[in-house]
Design a protein around this ligand. Structure first.
Ligand SMILES: Nc1ncnc2c1ncn2[C@@H]1O[C@H](COP(=O)(O)OP(=O)(O)O)[C@@H](O)[C@H]1O
Ligand SMILES: [Mg+2]
Length: 284
């Protein structure tokens, strides 16, 4: 009986497997055919690293790690792409803000950082959390919000979809979209994704009210967009930074939305009031 070499090798493996000298060990990453390892018949332990009889691929000691690195890198790219394509960011400097470059030189900063880390842990675990950072401008609210983004991405091995929405920028771009279809389409998608993402930072909530008088057309338009977003985030993890007090929030967005958001925020609210403007007075 004539046999091709591949058939002869296959017969050999079938024979080895039947004798317990080899076992299948999952699909080959190159050709998807079963890979094999030699087995120690005395102990049952593997005697070799997996190899593919079909295409000759061999796993080396570093290969498994290499594959894990590749898949984490692919997820990392996806997560960063999602972040970039689903965010509204006015000042891109915020993209450089991490826990590692947040300085702690007083108790209040230590508390703020610890709280932000707890919010990140909770969001990464998949639980719904609403973090609220309130207080004056320049006190580090946006910095810590972005630090949470990077922390959650890392802790979840880049599996969460996260968006950073600078409210003023979102409104500005949506308005620019009135005159430019491409911009309109892009920010429609940004708003949609911000409603669905696993975690969203709503940065500078309330900034959309400055320069408008409540009740006028611009103010109603802004309120409609922001309310739509807040409503979508009521049961999804969200970090809000704002200059507004809780009474202001209730007056602007209504008791119903604000109290629903507060329900998930117990223990995750930080008033940055006692922190000086970092840009003017330095870190103390
Ligand atoms: N503790 C800190 N360590 C390092 N930089 C800080 C700290 N607090 C604030 N900053 C920096 O000061 C600037 C203003 O902070 P930001 O987070 O934008 O304030 P807010 O959002 O409260 O207005 C940013 O450049 C930020 O990185
Ligand atoms: Mg800010």
């Amino acid at each position: 009986m004539t046999q091709t070499i591949a058939e002869a090798i296959n017969d050999l493996f079938v024979n080895y497997k039947a004798k317990g000298l080899m076992r299948d060990c999952g699909p080959c990453p190159m050709c998807q055919q079963p890979m094999m390892v030699f087995v120690n018949t005395q102990t049952g332990d593997d005697r070799s690293l997996p190899a593919c009889p079909s295409c000759g691929y061999k796993e080396s000691n570093g290969t498994k790690q290499h594959h894990e690195d590749l898949s984490v890198n692919a997820l990392k790219n996806d997560a960063y792409n999602y972040l970039v394509n689903s965010s509204a960011i006015g000042d891109t400097d915020v993209l450089n803000k991490k826990f590692s470059n947040y300085q702690v030189v007083n108790d209040k900063q230590a508390q703020a950082k610890a709280l932000a880390e707890r919010i990140a842990d909770k969001a990464a675990s998949g639980d719904v959390v609403h973090g609220i950072f309130s207080g004056a401008t320049g006190t580090g609210k946006s910095h810590l919000s972005m630090a949470i983004v990077y922390q959650v991405l890392e802790a979840t091995h880049y599996k969460q979809k996260i968006a950073f929405i600078d409210i003023r920028e979102l409104i500005t771009q949506i308005k620019r979209g009135f005159k430019d279809q491409n911009i309109a389409r892009h920010y429609d998608r940004v708003l949609d994704k911000a409603k669905q993402a696993d975690l969203v930072i709503i940065d500078d909530l309330g900034s959309e009210t400055t320069g408008t008088n409540s009740g006028d057309e611009a103010s109603r338009f802004n309120l409609e967009i922001v309310t739509e977003l807040l409503q979508a985030r009521m049961n999804k993890s969200t970090v809000i930074s704002t200059n507004l007090t809780s009474n202001d929030l209730i007056n602007i967005y209504g008791e119903r939305i604000v109290s629903r958001m507060m329900a998930h925020s117990q223990g995750y609210v930080m008033k940055f009031d006692e922190l000086a403007d970092y840009r003017i007075k330095g870190a103390v």
